[in-house]
Write a protein that binds this ligand. Structure first.
Ligand code: FEO
Ligand code: CA
Ligand code: CA
Ligand code: CA
Length: 510
């Protein structure tokens, strides 16, 4: 419990220097192992771990019985996108079979893992499964069956699975981020972009429960959902739209969370209010077609109404957000809530359009410390650049002492802006209180052309699970590889993988 652990603001490691080594580099006393690499078979019917790992959910295997195992868990792993060079070995003239293989390599893996005597292992389990770009998923909420989704109630697949969140009732929220490119990349497959770009809820414990797209939470480039429960029991989710000059959102459920009844919570995300942040005056603006006149009056460049229904508003939440006065910001990536102060931290990764190459982390506090409030106050927490030593903040996670851990993503900037101070993408530790608040300590550095994503701890804080996404991404060909990280023995092809990092002392009260 963060309230009894109290603040502990020094890192449990000696900070390391930047490097461009093609491996995982950690402080002394820490060790890592490959746990769930792309291509590893793990289900009874031989399905394999997907490509380009991102968000990782940690669900203790005994969670539904009230347990909190730290050595036996169902993990969920997002697989954000594929690199056709590695999945199929070919970027041109891809056959229908290669396109199908790509559709099978994205989505989510649910995989049981256990700490054995000699390290973490994948273990067989009836709940091990893949959800991919072809899995049947139900639409829920106001856009279900509407013209905005071409009348669909059930759709195919989840793609662009970037970051995500875990609900207090033990389900996964996987966020569909970059979903537009597939209309061309998967032409002929029946892919429909309007059916993607939502938040999808998956129950790792119940394979029979059809995954649900929560249209009430809007459609945009969903990075993640930071979910919490407000004072009055409503569920609140903070979300970013990761695009240059796009907005930060908040969803507030209509119903209330019932801790004692898991089934009663399963429809909580079907209905609620969606808001967008105005950082000019610190207000949350309602995106509701019937209650916000600005949405009824919004017109496109030709003077035609932009929206005719709430389904239209949700399906193009970005246009709705800008129409009501939402503040465009520099690519909101991950959002997390401080375990003791309740402040909400947001990574604004960068915005090359504005010459903001290094990004910053901001934080805000809701009015009356009520997450359902309609006003907030914000400030800058840390700024990237040569002085602070980090650039392009992406995924965030708090430890229970209230320290912030962050991973960087400089992959779409090229190496120039960060030359001389950054090296490969890395993971940093920041105290949030005390004399060193906002100071960055480098904990881990990833291999070449990779991004570290999806950090999550086992419940006792002894193991950190981390995704190594797109190692060797800038390779020109299979002959000219820039990385061979986690390659199968005897080969050189790099593999995205989940790694397990140990050496942490675990959470202890002072
Ligand atoms: Fe997939 Fe915004 O990172
Ligand atoms: Ca991200
Ligand atoms: Ca996070
Ligand atoms: Ca990113």
């Amino acid at each position: 419990d963060p309230k009894t652990l109290g603040p502990r603001t020094l890192p449990p490691f000696r900070a390391i220097e930047p490097t461009d080594a093609d491996t995982m580099t950690l402080p002394s006393g820490y060790r890592w192992q490959v746990l769930a690499p792309w291509g590893e078979p793990f289900t009874a019917d031989g399905r394999e771990i997907g490509f380009n790992h991102d968000f990782v959910g940690f669900f203790p295997v005994d969670l539904l019985e009230g347990g909190r195992s730290s050595t036996d868990a169902l993990l969920t792993i997002n697989h954000e996108y594929v690199n056709s060079l590695f999945v199929g070995g070919n970027t041109k003239d891809r056959t229908p079979a290669q396109i199908e293989a790509e559709m099978r390599a994205v989505g989510v893996s649910v995989v049981r893992v256990r700490r054995e005597k000699d390290g973490w292992k994948i273990v067989p389990d009836a709940r091990n499964r893949r959800i991919d770009a072809l899995t049947e998923i139900e639409l829920t909420g106001p856009a279900r069956g509407s013209a905005a989704v071409k009348g669909a109630t059930v759709v195919r697949g989840t793609v662009g699975n970037c970051s995500g969140g875990q609900t207090p009732w033990g389900t996964l929220l996987t966020c569909e981020e970059n979903v537009d490119g597939y209309t061309k990349a998967w032409a002929g497959s029946g892919y429909e972009a309007l059916h993607q770009g939502w938040v999808t809820e998956i129950d790792p414990f119940d394979p029979a429960w059809t995954p649900k797209k929560r249209t009430a939470m809007g459609r945009f480039r969903h990075e993640n959902v930071a979910l919490t429960v407000a004072k009055d029991g409503r569920v609140v989710g903070y979300m970013g739209d990761d695009m240059q000059d796009s907005c930060v959102y908040k969803f507030v459920s209509r119903g209330r969370y019932t801790p004692a009844n898991r089934n009663a919570n399963r429809d909580l995300l079907t209905e609620g209010d969606l808001y967008v942040a105005n950082f000019g005056n610190g207000t949350w603006l309602l995106l509701d077609y019937t209650r916000n006149k600005k949405l009824q009056e919004a017109k496109d460049a030709d003077g035609k109404p932009l929206f005719a229904s709430q389904a239209d508003v949700l399906a193009d939440a970005r246009a709705a957000a800008l129409a009501v006065g939402g503040t465009p910001v520099d690519r909101p990536e991950d959002i997390e809530i401080h375990p003791r102060t309740g402040e909400v931290y947001v990574s604004l990764t960068n915005n090359s359009k504005h010459g903001n190459y290094f990004g910053q982390i901001i934080k805000f506090r809701e009015d009356g410390d009520d997450w359902a409030a309609e006003k907030f106050l914000w400030e800058v927490f840390a700024v990237g650049g040569p002085q602070s030593g980090f650039a392009s903040p992406d995924n965030l996670i708090f430890d229970p002492y209230g320290n912030l851990w962050m991973v960087t993503d400089n992959s779409d900037l090229g190496s120039n802006p960060i030359k001389g101070f950054h090296g490969n993408n890395a993971m940093f530790f920041f105290p949030t209180e005390g004399p060193n608040a906002g100071r960055a300590y480098r904990f881990a550095v990833g291999p070449r052309d990779a991004e570290l994503t999806g950090p999550v701890w086992s419940h006792d804080g002894r193991t950190l699970f981390l995704s190594v996404q797109h190692p060797g991404e800038d390779s020109e060909s299979l002959e000219k590889l820039t990385s061979s990280f986690a390659a199968r023995p005897g080969t050189k092809i790099p593999r995205p993988t989940l790694v397990a990092i140990e050496g942490f002392p675990g959470w202890r009260s002072a």
